[in-house]
Write a protein that binds this ligand. Structure first.
Ligand code: NZQ
Ligand code: ZN
Length: 390
């Protein structure tokens, strides 16, 4: 197990009865000038928008709506301006990962004089870790990213065709996790979100650090949970049990606990972020397409034992022969993804030629440090092969 420090102060309010009773004070503890952020129409359709505005009664609220999936730097720029012009003291983010991710960067940009894209790429001396950050309170409406209890954000810049991760000094101050708010998540986003959770677990399971059985054991339990409940949520969108298990799995998968003591070199995410940067596809769908191909590519005599452990402990596959169990585990993973209804090829999500494979692979290898940090080192040719096989 590697050395680590774990520190996370997000105040989690999980379940049915927190929002109405506690939202007002959870926000107002930081001040009365609030920036309310949200995405497209989903919170208006569900009635959540009206409900939240009523609960914020008495506070000064400015709004930033329209934050798109794969949030764009322009929304962050708008939020920076609103936060400064209105001397905002706290951000209330209501939505999925995209809304919360953008809000976290706005929280830093409030204290930055230049263009917030500098904060994402760390240009012009910009460093979010050295800036203050507005407190972010959120109401999560989609179980997927884990952003509700971590320090990360992923922001896209269509002008430069980049989609990059950035970390700040604080995770959200308070996160309201009310599973029934995800009853309205459509099937394709439920599938993509579940795949995202599964991928976060896979990225942290297939890790180079030695003898981290705590991480592996926690992850195996969380994987079995997602495997079990994602199909139930698709079948019965208003199953509280399914939505609750997915929501808490999403948070637990990426709040830093299961990664503690790991090496943490991720592979499939850097490959996927290039796809969404160039083609604006849904993150979880890209992960679903790439994951089985990546598994097939990295299965070898050094990795077979861990793939076999994954097969036995997660998929409950019996058998003495590690290679057989490993291959069956990869097949079962692929079938599970396909049965969620995720499109299983790049052409199926509109990526019909190889025009950008080279430039995307080069960027993925560099940004993800895939040659040095990945579970199995990959070079540009390896990544192109995985894209081609997808
Ligand atoms: O915009 P609205 O109208 O709200 O609709 C959204 C959006 O179209 C809809 N939706 C959300 N909650 C809903 C709902 N529709 C009906 N009912 C609800 N309750 O779902 C669509 C997708 O929303 P989005 O926020 O984009 O999804 P998700 O939570 O999967 O976030 C994806 C983004 O997070 C990044 C991804 O790359 C992507 O940009 N990630 C962030 C991470 C992090 N911060 O730690 C880690 C992840 O690996 C990931 O990269
Ligand atoms: Zn992800």
């Amino acid at each position: 197990m590697n050395d680590f420090q774990y520190h996370n102060t997000t105040d989690i309010r999980f379940g049915r009865n927190h929002i109405d009773a506690e939202l007002h004070d959870a926000v107002a503890q930081f001040g009365n000038k609030v920036l309310l952020t949200y995405g497209g129409q989903s919170i208006k359709r569900s009635g959540l928008y009206e409900r939240v505005l009523k609960l914020l009664d008495g506070l000064e609220v400015v709004e930033l709506g329209g934050i798109a999936p794969n949030p764009k730097i322009d929304s962050v720029r708008e939020g920076q301006k609103l936060a400064k012009d209105n001397d905002v003291q706290v951000i209330l983010a209501v939505g999925g990962g995209s809304v919360i991710d953008a809000s976290k960067v706005i929280a830093s940009a409030r204290y930055y004089e230049g263009d917030p894209w500098d904060l994402v790429v760390k240009a012009n001396g910009a460093d979010r870790m050295l800036l203050p950050q507005l407190p972010v309170v959120d109401i999560l409406t989609l179980a997927a990213t884990g952003t509700e209890m971590n320090f990360g954000s992923v922001i896209s810049n269509p002008e430069t065709e980049q989609k990059l991760g950035t970390g700040g000094p604080q995770s959200p101050a308070v996160s309201f996790l009310a599973p029934e708010l995800t009853f309205t998540v459509p099937a394709n986003q439920t599938a993509a979100g579940s795949m995202d959770i599964m991928s976060h677990l896979i990225e942290q399971y297939f890790d180079k650090a030695p003898a981290n059985d705590v991480s592996k054991g926690l992850i195996e339990g969380l994987m079995r949970t997602v495997i079990k409940w994602a199909p139930v949520a698709l079948d019965q969108p208003d199953s509280y049990d399914a939505r609750a298990n997915l929501m808490w799995s999403a948070t637990m998968a990426l709040n830093g606990i299961v990664r503690s003591g790991n090496q943490n070199g991720w592979t499939v995410h850097p490959l996927e972020h290039e796809l969404s940067a160039y083609y604006d596809i849904t993150h979880g769908e890209g992960l679903g397409i790439l994951t089985p191909r990546w598994m097939q590519h990295v299965l070898n005599e050094d990795t077979v034992a861990l793939f076999a452990r994954f097969g036995r402990n997660v998929w409950q596959i019996n058998g003495e022969d590690d290679q057989q169990v490993a291959l069956e585990a990869i097949d079962r993973t692929e079938d599970w993804i396909e049965n969620l209804g995720i499109p299983m090829t790049l052409p199926a999500v509109g990526i019909k030629d190889e025009a950008n494979f080279n430039v995307m692979a080069t960027s993925a290898v560099k940004v993800g440090q895939l040659q040095t940090n990945a579970y199995v080192g990959l070079n540009v040719d390896d990544v192109i092969t995985i894209y081609r096989e997808s």
